[in-house]
Write a protein that binds this ligand. Structure first.
Ligand SMILES: [Fe+2]
Ligand SMILES: [Fe+2]
Length: 298
């Protein structure tokens, strides 16, 4: 189906991992412009570390797109010494939610906006789940073993030092609280209205199969959401974080990794699927590359 077939209707687009704290990524964000006054864009986390940089990017996008939907990545939740905003953990998240609301940007704390698709409304659900170390490192069975393995291998996510879980005792405790609340909201959603679920971290573990360092998976999601794409009426799942832009299918559900990534990454691989991914209307693979169930790392 060509773009023209949709008439003047807009698209539901998605992007993540803008990392605008890196100067070379800012022109990428400045270049993003809608094709239609009705285009919506999902921003699935890792906009930046400093609150003022997050605000710069979201304000720019909110001025251009009919609706912007944000969910946090780990980088927004880092408390770095360079940021005048020294809030930690849940208070930092809540501060970002209030910032988004002041810009008219939807957050995981708001009702799911209904995108008016050509085949009926689709609810866009930005969710914030974090991770709980349950995507264990190879050969390990507990969080402690998995973390120790990562330390031995020298592959430790910076979150361990900068993403504070306050007031929760741990990042995994924060994750479990988020899972309970998010599951409750998804279960209360009208099953007749399909969902696009957007999270910085994928709902399932399968995308980890292509990681160069498998021990990094423990910072990438939770087994607690492993069946959500089957239990709920999910039209597509949007995620980022891995910096491996691609499209895969699990149990017949399309998963879109929509990251831009760091300059050193996109200089090497380019932007194999463009800067913005069109989530809906979906082209059914006719105009794009054939979908794959999984594949080699790019
Ligand atoms: Fe990222
Ligand atoms: Fe990330």
């Amino acid at each position: 189906m060509s773009d023209r077939a949709y008439g003047n209707r807009g698209s539901l687009l998605a992007v993540s991992d803008l990392h605008v704290g890196m100067a070379d990524n800012r022109p990428i964000v400045e270049s993003l412009r809608p094709d239609s006054d009705e285009d919506w864009v999902i921003v699935a986390g890792d906009v930046a570390e400093k609150v003022e940089d997050v605000e710069w990017a979201l304000r720019l996008l909110a001025g251009r797109y009919a609706r912007v939907i944000w969910t946090p990545g780990n980088h927004e939740l880092w408390t770095t010494k360079h940021d005048p905003v020294q809030l930690r953990g849940r208070e930092r998240y809540e501060h970002l939610v209030e910032l988004c609301r002041s810009l008219g940007v939807s957050t995981p704390e708001d009702s799911y906006p209904l995108w008016p698709g050509p085949e009926g409304p689709v609810a866009v659900a930005p969710v914030f789940l974090l991770y709980d170390y349950s995507f264990r490192a190879p050969g390990t069975t507990t969080k402690e073993e998995s973390l120790a393995y990562a330390h031995e291998r020298g592959v430790v996510c910076t979150d361990e030092f900068l993403l504070h879980p306050d007031p929760y005792p741990s990042r995994d405790a924060w994750c479990r609280a988020r899972v309970v609340e998010t599951e409750r909201r998804l279960a209360a959603h009208d099953p007749e209205i399909p969902l696009v679920i957007a999270s910085h971290w994928p709902l399932v573990r399968e995308p980890m199969a292509v990681l160069t360092y498998p021990e990094f998976a423990q910072w990438c999601g939770t087994e607690l959401s492993a069946d959500w794409h089957r239990r709920f009426n999910v039209a597509a799942m949007v995620y980022g974080h891995l910096h491996i832009p691609r499209t895969t299918w699990y149990d017949g559900v399309r998963f879109e990794e929509v990251s831009i990534g760091y300059p050193r990454e996109w200089r090497k691989r380019g932007h194999p699927k463009g800067l913005l991914r069109r989530i809906l209307p979906y082209d059914d693979g006719v105009t794009g590359p054939a979908p794959v169930s999984d594949g080699p790392a790019r």
